[in-house]
Design a protein around this ligand. Structure first.
Ligand code: BGC
Length: 843
């Protein structure tokens, strides 16, 4: 097929939709400047099982599983079968109610963890297809599988005793092995009641509580053919809906690194280890002991003053793995079907500890970018944000990975979406999660506050401002970053539905009905136990986000060619909401950083008033010595609002501030991920008490403190865009057109960043030379163009590739370019021309 036009991203391949099991080979070549180029390497695409009718497998489990009542041993399921000839090709299509690990003839089928991940199971259950040709042979074979509770039946939420079985009582393995033999025969081996069931060493495994493993109960050889399955029973089948099964479309969870942990001073009878980094994952330990010896591993993000593990923040999550040894000699231990959020581990055992590794897991997203500069604290901030993304992208985008929560909070997701897309190739990850968002959306009540929708009830469950708006903000961020319109195409009806539900909640005066809102959650000036009581009025925020969601829906409609009157309708609605919000809250907007930032960035402030609001914001920041005073909703916008208003001194004063509260305060206080509260470690070095006003009916005091929440990490996107100077352009998204506007600042001598765009790598590196000139090296791939905006003073000269150039802006084509700017504008430095005082001293 030939596709004409200059579009290079999201071009549909010829041939229409794939059929189940179909394999296609694609190659591409380009015709440009009158000539055909060479063919690309082939890309092989193979479909899994796409239709419910393709599944002959039943869902099976162990009969009378006590796990349907409380945490219990993990079911083992096995099956033997004979193949009459060698295997030409074999595929295992597999999913489960609960999580699973599968082996064939004793060899693990995949290194994926926690498969099939977490989705809105009642409508979406993801199945993987694995090439298992090499694991099978002529003769007898065995397939064996262990099941765990995972998100399906394990704990979700903060109500111990009531928080299991959110999706169902029974686990179920659904596996279908399709084998082509060399003699042309096709054999299908599928889960049914002829499979055998038992239990083994995993006595319990829960995502929050950890795993308990008794190695004495290992059934040697159970995963091999020829095993005497004495005492095993026949598996029993469990009802499930094959129509919910969809092919996995998002990267699986895997181990991505392992850190050698260092022994530090112990506490009581617990040996404490420091992995040096707050991670999501587990401890892998080798010990030498005697049969019956116990090993207990606990986890924490920080240590108490006395050197013991701080576990209060885990709330009811036990986060403890325990083992009973079966042998003398060296034994390697690691948990199954669980993960923990931690930097420190504590081991109690009579056995001798040989090695301790902290093993980090995450959804396996490719890194997409790199950033470095001469300011070590900014580099560490960047790394901390990368880690918070890794740690919180374990199948779904979570708020935090350690306590009894770990939910797909939509507010955190929208705050961080753009940043996550800059740091990693997160397109498939978000596209998948957005399908869950749509699945759990209620036409009248709106988008659920957590996706997948579990745990919450009452007013907090749906339609909260700045949370539910993930429905519009996330797809748009993905589109801007990757340039493929399919994501907005897929989400457009969900975006519309969200906006229509808001329309249904308008009062006669046109503004939204007031109601509970999370608002600018965790504003540092809110009472610590009442994080919703932010300075910015949450009714203002709700109406502002309404305007924004309507505007983004119009923009999306425009991209996908929706009917013009429909698009115009959303545009008018956005304008009207903006007008009304401005007229109702115009004074209030001027009163807080969040008011100004949201007013400016969500288009509430009319054009002729923008300068006044920017001035007010800048003045507030200046007076506060760069002190941050925004919560979850204001923080992603505040530096952008300053930058778009040209106020870089104030933006950098905030970014570079090290006193509390600020981004770098966390870094100088030894953070290795981004904290939930600006003062998770308080200025006196103590751990924040995390108290929350009573939240449950019994009046139990809540506790909320995490050292690994990514929302405030959204600032890193600003660092790419303005410090390094690489930004996508929503008009020509996916970095087809790149905005290159680095802003040098006193205290940073050089900065560089690169981003893997769909067109190829984009890079920018600037340095201030000895003579004070700014030199910027830029690389643009074929298919992309750039606009470079030089940071000039009135006396600057600009050259591009040694040719004099326009000081206002420079158009760049593909290739390598060097821009030189004499007497550049450097934020936070003294102004020789004007004598204007700098803010340098204030930070
Ligand atoms: C979560 C947040 C979430 C918030 C909403 C917290 O418990 O950890 O990240 O957005 O609640 O209220």
């Amino acid at each position: 097929g030939e596709v004409s036009g200059d579009v290079q991203v999201g071009v549909e391949a010829p041939g229409g939709s794939l059929r189940s099991r179909e394999v296609r080979h694609f190659r591409v070549r380009l015709h440009s400047e009158g000539q055909w180029g060479g063919w690309s390497d082939p890309l092989i695409v193979e479909a899994g099982l796409l239709d419910a009718e393709d599944w002959v497998a039943q869902a099976i489990t162990i009969p009378e599983d006590p796990g349907s009542e409380s945490q219990a041993p993990s079911p083992l399921l096995r099956h033997e079968f004979t193949l009459a000839a060698d295997v030409a090709r074999a595929r295992l299509h597999i999913t489960s109610l609960g999580v699973h690990e599968a082996s064939i003839n004793g060899v693990r089928v995949t290194d994926e963890l926690l498969a099939p991940g977490w989705t809105s199971y009642s409508t979406r259950l993801l199945a993987a297809t694995h090439d298992v040709t090499a694991l099978l042979r002529s003769g007898t074979n065995a397939i064996s599988t262990t099941l765990g509770d995972g998100w399906y039946r394990g704990r979700l939420g903060w109500m111990p005793g009531e928080d299991r079985r959110r999706y169902g009582n029974q686990l179920g393995l659904i596996a279908q092995l399709e084998i082509d033999l060399v003699d042309g025969a096709r054999v299908t081996v599928a889960t049914d009641e002829t499979w055998q069931a038992s239990t083994g060493p995993i006595r319990s495994a829960d995502l929050y509580d950890g795993a308990s493993i008794d190695l004495r109960l290992e059934q040697e050889g159970w995963d091999q053919p020829g095993f005497e399955a004495d005492g095993w029973t026949a598996a029993t089948s469990v009802g499930f809906d094959p129509a919910a099964i969809q092919p996995r479309m998002t990267p699986p969870v895997r181990i991505f690194t392992s850190l050698a942990a260092r022994a530090i001073e112990g506490s009581g009878n617990e040996a404490i280890f420091d992995g040096g980094q707050n991670i999501s994952g587990f401890v892998r330990v080798t010990v030498q002991g005697a049969p019956g010896d116990r090993v207990t591993v606990r986890h924490s993000e920080v240590l108490e003053d006395d050197g013991s593990l701080h576990t209060k923040s885990l709330r009811s999550a036990r986060a403890t793995d325990s083992y009973v040894l079966a042998d003398t000699g060296t034994t390697g231990l690691e948990p199954r079907f669980t993960f923990h959020g931690f930097r420190y581990s504590g081991l109690r055992t009579a056995a001798s500890i040989q090695t301790v590794e902290h093993v980090a897991i995450s959804s396996d997203l490719p890194r997409r970018s790199a950033f470095a500069c001469s300011h070590p604290l900014l580099n560490r901030l960047h790394e901390n944000v990368v880690w918070s993304q890794l740690d919180n992208f374990v199948s779904v985008p979570t708020d935090c990975p350690q306590r009894d929560e770990r939910l797909g909070w939509t507010g955190d997701a929208q705050a961080f979406a753009a940043t996550s897309c800059t740091l990693f190739d997160a397109e498939a990850f978000w596209t998948n999660w957005l399908k869950d968002l749509t699945a759990d959306q209620d036409p009248a009540l709106g988008v659920s506050t957590v996706v997948p929708d579990v745990v919450l009830d009452g007013e907090a469950r749906y339609g909260r401002a700045g949370w539910a708006d993930a429905a519009t903000i996330v797809p748009w961020a993905v589109y801007e970053s990757y340039g493929d319109p399919h994501v907005v195409q897929a989400q457009y009806q969900s975006m519309r539905s969200w906006v229509e539900s808001l329309v249904g909640r308008r009062r006669p005066d046109g503004l939204l009905e007031p109601g509970f809102q999370f608002g600018d959650w965790l504003d540092p000036d809110a009472p610590p136990a009442r994080p919703w009581e932010a300075k910015a009025d949450s009714a203002f925020i709700a109406n502002a986000f309404f305007a924004e969601s309507a505007r983004l829906t119009a923009a999306a409609g425009n991209v996908i060619g929706a009917p013009e009157d429909e698009v115009a309708g959303y545009r008018d609605l956005a304008d009207e909401m903006a007008r009304q919000t401005w007229s109702r809250w115009r004074e209030h907007i001027f009163e807080s950083q969040t008011g100004c930032a949201i007013g400016l960035r969500l288009g509430i402030v009319p054009l002729d008033q923008r300068e006044a609001v920017v001035d007010a914001l800048a003045e507030m920041v200046r007076e506060a010595d760069g002190r941050i005073s925004t919560g979850f909703l204001g923080t992603p916008h505040v530096l952008h609002a300053l930058a778009e208003g040209g106020r870089f001194d104030e933006a950098f004063a905030m970014l570079l501030r090290q006193a509390h509260p600020s981004w770098l305060y966390q870094v100088v206080n030894d953070a290795t991920t981004v904290w939930e509260r600006w003062d998770a470690i308080r200025a006196d070095g103590s751990i924040h008490p995390g108290k929350m006003d009573p939240i449950d009916a019994d009046g139990d005091e809540g506790h909320m403190l995490s050292f690994n929440h990514y929302a405030y990490g959204a600032v890193v996107d600003w660092m790419y865009r303005y410090l390094a100077g690489i930004a996508p352009d929503a008009e020509r998204p996916g970095y087809r057109h790149v905005l290159l506007a680095p802003k040098p600042v006193a205290g940073v001598d050089w900065a560089e960043a690169s981003i893997e765009s769909p067109y190829g790598p984009i890079a920018s590196r600037w340095v201030i030379e000895q003579n004070g000139d700014l030199v910027v090296d830029i690389e643009l791939p074929s298919g992309a163009t750039g606009t470079f905006v030089p940071p000039v003073t009135p006396s600057s000269h600009v050259t591009v590739d040694d040719q004099p150039a326009d000081a206002a802006q420079v158009h760049l084509e593909r290739g390598q370019h060097r821009v030189r700017v004499t007497r550049p504008q450097v934020s936070l430095s003294r102004r020789p021309e004007t004598g204007e005082p700098s803010m340098e001293q204030t930070i």
